[in-house]
Design a protein around this ligand. Structure first.
Ligand code: AMP
Ligand code: MN
Ligand code: MN
Ligand code: MN
Length: 276
């Protein structure tokens, strides 16, 4: 089964429209796809229509920013009912948090990077959504304040830097419960990307499971053998379903491609068992 349960469209910070994204996935041989835009369901209807035309199966998805302790983590929700009020409420809350955050990031950048109207410029790029950090990175690059997106994050946008804004996201527990209430599966996204120790990851997974979390995104490109082993250990010890995805955002990042996801290991229970 060729699958990809993590990717982004222009509904959040991706560069392809939902139609372009689904068409590209179909072309890459993906049979089972979830569009997981950041804190929004806005791309799902268009993606579903194109998926039906192309004969590929689309699973409703979302990637939710959550807080756990002082950290920001990402939870992928899969296979929920997009009309359910629990998921609608989650999106409304997160979008309001994103609007407030974006205005504050803009104010901080105007000061820290000597810009004028950073918020308005980022908002002009992001369409109808509140601009996320990648849009601010793009403005910083186009105004010569950073060499590239990575540099913009490192210099201004990541935690500890001058334009980072701590955001009152839903907690890990709240987001997990909302996804479950809407009939979906909650998956901890890219567990190796938070810089967590093994012990801290296990603490988080215990709490996540307690809140109803069922999945771990173990099938992601570029894991080293130690990380692979840690993922297998966590799948086993916390009895989690294995999910996976490319986290595709744009064809410009040529090292991440739709459907380019390590195949499910034999010993794992694939997440799709929960919703197929
Ligand atoms: P936000 O949703 O506004 O918090 O932005 C998070 C998004 O920014 C991620 O999903 C990535 O697409 C992108 N991102 C996060 N960290 C970096 C980084 N260090 N360099 C480039 N892009 C990043
Ligand atoms: Mn993103
Ligand atoms: Mn993420
Ligand atoms: Mn993502």
């Amino acid at each position: 089964m060729r699958f990809d349960f993590h990717c982004h469209s222009t509904a959040s910070d991706g560069s392809l429209t939902p139609t372009e994204l689904v068409t590209r996935a179909a072309g890459a041989g993906v049979e089972l796809l979830a569009l997981t835009d950041h804190d929004t369901l806005a791309g799902l209807d268009e993606a579903a229509q194109t998926a039906a035309e192309r004969g590929i199966r689309l699973v409703p998805g979302i990637e939710v920013s959550v807080q756990w302790d002082t950290r920001e983590l990402h939870i992928v929700g899969l296979g929920f009912d997009p009309a359910h009020r629990a998921i609608r409420g989650l999106v409304d809350y997160q979008q309001q948090a994103r609007v407030n955050r974006a205005e504050k990031i803009g104010q901080k950048l105007d000061r820290a990077a000597c810009m004028t109207g950073a918020y308005a410029k980022a908002a002009a790029l992001s369409g109808q959504n509140a601009p996320g950090r990648p849009w601010f990175a793009q403005v910083l690059v186009s105004e010569g304040k950073a060499r590239n997106d990575q540099h913009a994050f490192n210099r201004f946008l990541k935690p500890g830097q001058s334009a980072f804004v701590k955001t009152p996201w839903l907690t890990l527990e709240e987001a997990t419960k909302a996804i479950r209430a809407a009939g979906g599966v909650a998956v901890l996204a890219h567990p190796t990307r938070y810089g967590l120790t093994r012990k801290k990851l296990r603490t988080i997974l215990a709490e996540f499971a307690e809140a109803g979390g069922q999945g771990l995104e173990t099938q992601t490109p570029g894991l080293n053998p130690n990380q692979r082993q840690l993922m297998d250990e966590c799948l086993r010890d916390f009895n989690m379903l294995a999910s996976g995805g490319s986290d595709f955002h744009t064809p410009r990042q040529t090292w991440l491609e739709l459907g380019k996801v390590p195949p499910m290991p034999e010993h794992a229970t694939p997440v799709w068992q929960a919703f197929l």
